[in-house]
Design a protein around this ligand. Structure first.
Ligand code: SF4
Ligand code: SF4
Length: 537
């Protein structure tokens, strides 16, 4: 026998509490997001990656793929426990993407709540596929997880755009507006720079792709309310699965309701069917039906733990088809990896685990990419294979790995990038620099330039120069410094490539050759023992 747990008149308060909680969680998320940035300190003092560490989908898939318990992700157990108590409350009360979609819906004002869920089995199918792939050590969860999608778009597109917009606006007011306007705008700009805007202007390769995914999710609100949550979200499907084992739920209307189906029409998740049964897999405890029911027959109820709802709600055919298809993916992608030589352009952050273990743990959250001081980390496209999409790699022409920085390891929520001490970081070799002597000015043109040598941050200087005399085009002797690389000291940070003054392709470039993650990728020993590097580079 079930028992009502809350007097009916209190539901109104509970709904207000839900809205306040959503707003509070959204603000907390945005605040933590803004703190995922260099602010002058060598350490990140807040749990900026908290959202990813409480995500049961990412935790389950990452641990399955890594075949290890990852302590960093243990907080996800709290959400699992709470879901067993309160069902899918996380989607209605906490999830920042859900709150963003609810906010969008209030702007659109074209609520299509009551429409039947368009693809009722799709979210569960996606969940099953990512679980099967993860069990076979192919982690796909980061591509479909709501937090990864949201943070990628905010970090790579929205935040940099905000920075550009603010810079443009405040430069305009500074140059064009009368002094009394500046007396207002300058303090405001100083405040925004200190607390809201990113530390510096950044550029990201896949910003438009990341933004397009988020925009598609937000735009789908015009088709159906909470379209993503209902039809696509594998995290929601997982929490819904826990909810059916839960002890708290919403009990729907009865035959006594007559022809009234208001609850079914207003439910943003389409959780209430024509018979007014409430599906715990879908109900996110938003409290709308409890508050609006004219007869007040809907109520929160406690019951003995057990199976309610429809499980994964997949037909046997779909279940088997999904398992077979997802199961076939790892061996199919593995064929390419067996044949492909290591990509020299794939330079992972310092502290990254060996490539396979790194990809198994990386949840494509973009925390490392966002925090990177030198703007060196960029999301990969296909450089690391299909399975490496959105994982971080250093693109040294765009930015570099700052010698005294260990932030990416500090913010990684899964340990895909280890936390390095500064001493370890200084010794960590992520790649190696090479000269293109056909472009390097002192070699190719007889023009003096030692920009790369000046920027090399290693204490013993991995770039040095020889003093030579060359004959220029008019036959004159020109004394020059010709730079060269000392293999033993180069750590592949890429600042030489970033700072090379040539337009377009730099005359010095960094590859992943020699990175210390894989012993088999070490550079051949320098046969002559000279410090000029093997092969004369
Ligand atoms: S890649 Fe280098 S600069 Fe970027 S966050 Fe990591 S340690 Fe810092
Ligand atoms: S490596 Fe970067 S993108 Fe991947 S999980 Fe760690 S912080 Fe997130």
């Amino acid at each position: 026998m079930s028992t009502p747990v809350v007097p009916i008149q209190r539901y109104r308060w509970l709904r207000r509490a839900r809205v306040v909680m959503q707003l509070g969680c959204l603000l907390l998320f945005l605040w933590l997001f803004s703190k995922t940035d260099y602010d002058g300190s060598d350490t990140i003092d807040y749990a900026v990656n908290l959202l990813f560490r409480i995500d049961p989908l990412l935790a389950l898939c990452t641990m399955l793929a890594a075949r290890a318990f990852i302590l960093l992700m243990a907080p996800a157990l709290v959400v699992v426990g709470l879901s067993l108590l309160f069902g899918r409350f996380f989607c209605g009360w906490i999830c920042p993407l859900g709150s963003l979609l609810d906010g969008t819906q209030s702007l659109l004002k074209n609520s299509r709540s009551g429409h039947p869920t368009l693809f009722p089995s799709l979210a569960a199918t996606i969940l099953l596929a990512v679980l099967v792939a993860a069990a076979l050590q192919l982690p796909l969860a980061g591509y479909v997880d709501p937090f990864s999608i949201l943070v990628r778009a905010l970090a790579q597109a929205v935040y940099p755009a905000l920075h550009n917009l603010a810079e443009w606006f405040f430069t305009f007011t500074y140059q064009q507006a009368p002094p009394w306007v500046n007396a207002l705008t300058e303090p405001l700009y100083a405040f925004l720079k200190a607390h809201v805007l990113p530390f510096q202007r950044k550029y990201f390769d896949l910003a438009l792709l990341s933004m397009a995914v988020l925009l598609a999710i937000v735009s789908a609100e015009a088709v159906q309310r909470r379209f993503f949550c209902r039809n696509l979200c594998p995290l929601g499907a997982l929490l819904g699965w826990f909810a059916r084992l839960g002890v708290t739920g919403v009990a729907g209307g009865t035959e006594a309701c007559g022809s009234c189906r208001l609850c079914s029409r207003i439910c943003r998740m389409g959780a209430i069917d024509e018979q007014r049964h409430i599906n715990p897999n879908s109900c996110i405890l938003c409290m709308d039906c409890l508050v609006q029911c004219p007869r007040q027959v809907i109520g929160l109820q406690m019951q003995a733990p057990g199976r309610r709802g429809a499980g994964l709600s997949l037909s046997r055919r779909r279940f088997i088809g999904t398992v077979l298809l997802a199961g076939a993916l790892p061996p199919v992608l593995g064929v390419r990896r067996l044949t492909a030589a290591p990509n020299p352009e794939l330079i992972r952050p310092p502290g990254a685990l060996a490539e396979d273990a790194f990809l198994q743990r990386c949840v494509r959250c973009a925390e490392c990419i966002q925090v990177c001081i030198g703007n060196g980390l960029q999301p990969s496209l296909l450089e690391g294979g299909v399975e490496g999409l959105f994982a971080p790699r250093l693109v040294a022409r765009t930015g570099y790995c700052e010698f005294n920085c260990t932030l990416c390891g500090q913010v990684c929520p899964t340990g895909a990038i280890r936390v390095l001490s500064l001493e370890e970081k200084h010794r960590s070799k992520i790649g190696h620099a090479w000269f293109d002597k056909d472009r390097c000015l002192p070699y190719a043109k007889g023009v003096p330039c030692i920009v790369c040598e000046e920027h090399c941050p290693t204490p013993d200087k991995a770039i040095r120069f020889r003093e030579v005399v060359v004959v220029d085009d008019s036959g004159r002797d020109v004394p020059l410094h010709q730079p060269y690389i000392v293999d033993a000291f180069c750590i592949g940070c890429g600042i030489c490539e970033t700072k090379c003054p040539l337009p377009g392709r730099a005359a010095i470039f960094v590859t992943s050759d020699g990175e210390d993650r894989h012993p088999d990728r070490r550079l051949p020993a320098n046969p002559g023992g000279s410090s000029s590097g093997y092969g004369g580079y």
